[in-house]
Design a binder for this molecule. Structure first.
Ligand code: NAI
Length: 323
């Protein structure tokens, strides 16, 4: 298992109970670290591990037959190469859609009510309220891009706040009190936009200069899905020009360079990320929307069940069947 943290080990050890011999590596899976998999049949990577053709070729050389992703998204896997190399790829399609949807709302509320600033102020006994004016969510229009498992949970929460809900999905479903004005309509009418679609060729940079130009002045954008759904420099321009009123980002286009590790002593080289973090109306978290006890338990349970099923000759949650 690559890119493992103490909390991953805790939940996998508990679920595994010694059944499989799991070797935990701190390092991420890369072309270079792929050689660590020598002698293992199964590799368990995470969201930002590199599963490019070159890495997959090395894994194949080391004897790996199954890649059991311990995440839902698989945009980091070269599926064609995996198929050609005879490596099966499975994933955990849902571990807690509630965790991500609730985190998206937590970020929205924090940003809207400026809690990140209030927290710092009161720690310094500064009880001034100047600059902390927020807005009611009640009655606002929220646009949800991607109405799958997480998007649906997000929609339910939004309805609880009394918001008007717009949605866009290439496969729209009948959902009570949800309007489907088309993607441009959603951009034009939403006070808040939350991204819950996967990263694909169609959704890459779905938020860019052109879509931002359609949005209401002061729109708030929430991204708990994948960083590259947003063209970061266009987001920064939108924030600087005040067309975008705020952004809550749990994911970032180039996050694999910095996320999941402590860079507090060295700082970061990414000027766009550093600038975004410096803005008072931007909230950045390090891909933690999924991080609840329930989700970690489900990830461990389902990853091990996926491995069981593969070894029984009945692979499940397959992204890519080896040819
Ligand atoms: P899902 O597969 O249930 O739903 C995705 C929805 O997006 C589907 O309804 C699909 O039709 C729709 N979609 C596909 N192409 C689209 C497009 N071009 N425009 C709009 N919608 C489109 O997936 P789920 O479980 O809801 O997860 C959504 C995403 O959330 C994942 O792909 C992943 O990137 C992200 N995620 C982030 C986590 C975090 O910790 N920040 C944790 C788990 C998932």
């Amino acid at each position: 298992m690559f890119d493992t943290k103490p909390y991953d080990r805790e939940f996998f050890d508990e679920t595994n109970g010694g059944r499989y011999a799991i070797k935990y590596f701190d390092s991420m899976l890369t072309r270079e670290t792929a050689t660590l998999s020598r002698g293992f049949e199964v590799v368990i990577p995470f969201v930002n591990d590199d599963l490019s053709k070159e890495t997959l070729e090395k894994l194949k050389d080391e004897g790996v037959r199954l890649i059991a992703l311990r995440c839902a998204g698989f945009n980091n896997v070269d599926l064609k190469a995996a198929r050609e190399l005879g490596i099966t790829v499975v994933r955990v399609p849902a571990y807690s859609p509630h965790a991500v949807a609730e985190a998206a709302f937590a970020m929205l509320l924090t940003l809207d009510r400026k809690l990140q600033h209030a927290y710092v102020r009161t720690r310094e006994f500064n009880f001034s309220l100047n600059g902390l004016v927020g807005f009611d969510l009640y009655g606002k229009t929220v646009g949800v891009i991607g109405s799958g498992k997480i998007g649906r949970c997000f929609i339910d929460i939004a309805k609880g706040f009394g918001m008007r809900v717009l949605a866009y999905d290439p496969f729209p479903q009948e959902i009570e009190n949800v309007e489907w004005p088309g993607l441009d309509g959603l951009f034009q009418e939403s006070d808040i936009i939350s991204l819950h679609c996967p990263l694909t060729r169609d959704t890459l940079h779905i938020i860019d200069r052109d879509s931002i130009a359609l949005m209401k002045r002061g729109v708030v954008i929430i991204n708990t899905s994948r960083g590259a759904l947003i063209r970061s420099d266009d987001l920064l321009e939108g924030l600087k020009s005040k067309r975008i009123g705020g952004a809550a980002l749990d994911v970032y286009e180039e996050e694999s360079e910095v996320f999941f590790s402590d860079n507090s002593e060295l700082g970061i080289d990414d000027d766009i990320l550093a600038r975004l973090i410096s803005m008072p109306n931007v909230l950045v978290t390090g891909h933690q929307a999924y991080l609840t006890r329930e989700a970690l338990k489900n990830i461990a349970d389902d990853t091990l069940k996926n491995i069981d099923a593969y070894l029984d000759g009945k692979p499940q949650n397959v992204v890519n069947q080896a040819s």
